[in-house]
Design a protein around this ligand. Structure first.
Ligand code: APR
Length: 250
């Protein structure tokens, strides 16, 4: 065991070995080590004067579609240049080590899928997909010097296929995530500040269903006092150590 490897409680390894249903809820902290800024981190570069919660809303898009489109284009370029990190890869490995694994993510960067995770529910959509703002069907955006591009079918402006504040989550996503949480034996909350609902209700549903709650985070959150195991540290270090302990490689 390398001296730097985070400590994984033996009791957690035993619980994981006995678990049938494992669920992981992830937030932007799991992508931080891929160079994708977390949501509430100070915005870097051009956008530091904007509050993201003022950009990721239908009202902002109606008010200034060009600004919102360009903010997402900046984020899309950022994500396009990012690679899955060891934390993403560890979750893809964990999926193959337990009988049933459900990954629920608040992230819109698509990095879990690129890391090899198969059963992924994207609660807040995916920034790499573009849809018609009127018909909500996927559209490949054309380059234009008057952004946002418009739908070739109906002429409405295109928008990123993400959930904005005040909007409904994708149909069925929350129901699927809630059922998985309620039926989970071990529930991981990873790299999320646990501030945004309804996603933040999932760990509490898991606890109500009798699950063991594990929090993996660089720091404390409002959920920390409820967790059975608190693994404080970077997801890119803690999650690989967890998988190694589960495989019995330590
Ligand atoms: N490893 C683990 N945790 C980390 C790391 C890391 N390397 N870096 C940061 N964190 C933690 C922070 O301590 C924080 O608790 O990740 C969390 C990031 O929190 P937020 O920035 O609030 O992001 P998130 O929880 O994903 O936000 C939820 O809110 O704004 C909406 O739709 C947006 O999906 C987002 C949702």
């Amino acid at each position: 065991m390398s001296a730097a490897a985070p400590d994984i409680p033996p009791r957690l390894v035993e619980e994981l070995r006995a678990a049938r249903h494992v669920v992981a809820l992830t937030g932007s902290g799991v992508s931080a080590e891929s160079g994708v800024p977390t949501f509430r981190e100070a915005q870097t570069g051009l956008w530091e004067r904007y509050d993201p919660q003022q950009l990721a809303t239908p009202e902002a898009f109606l008010r200034d579609p060009r600004l919102v489109w360009e903010w997402y284009s900046w984020r899309r370029r950022l994500v396009g240049g990012a690679e899955p990190n060891a934390g993403h890869r560890a979750l893809a490995a964990l999926e193959r080590l337990v009988p049933s694994f459900t990954l629920v993510t608040q992230n819109v960067d698509g990095l879990h899928g690129r890391a090899g995770s198969r059963n992924v529910t994207e609660l807040h959509g995916n920034i790499t997909r573009t849809v018609c703002s009127a018909e909500r069907v996927a559209v490949e955006p054309e380059d234009t010097d008057e952004p946002p591009p418009v739908c070739p079918g109906c002429g409405a402006p295109l928008r990123p296929d993400v959930v904005w504040f005040g909007e409904m989550l994708p149909a069925g996503a929350m129901e699927l995530a809630s059922e998985a949480a309620r039926n989970s034996d071990v529930f991981f909350s990873i790299g999320t500040s646990s501030l945004v609902y309804p996603a933040a209700s999932l760990p509490h549903e898991a606890l109500a269903g009798g699950a063991t709650l594990v929090e993996v985070n660089a720091g404390p959150t409002p959920l920390t006092p409820r967790a059975d195991h608190v693994l404080q540290g970077r997801a890119g270090e803690v999650l690989p150590a967890l998988v190694e302990a589960l495989r019995g490689e330590i």
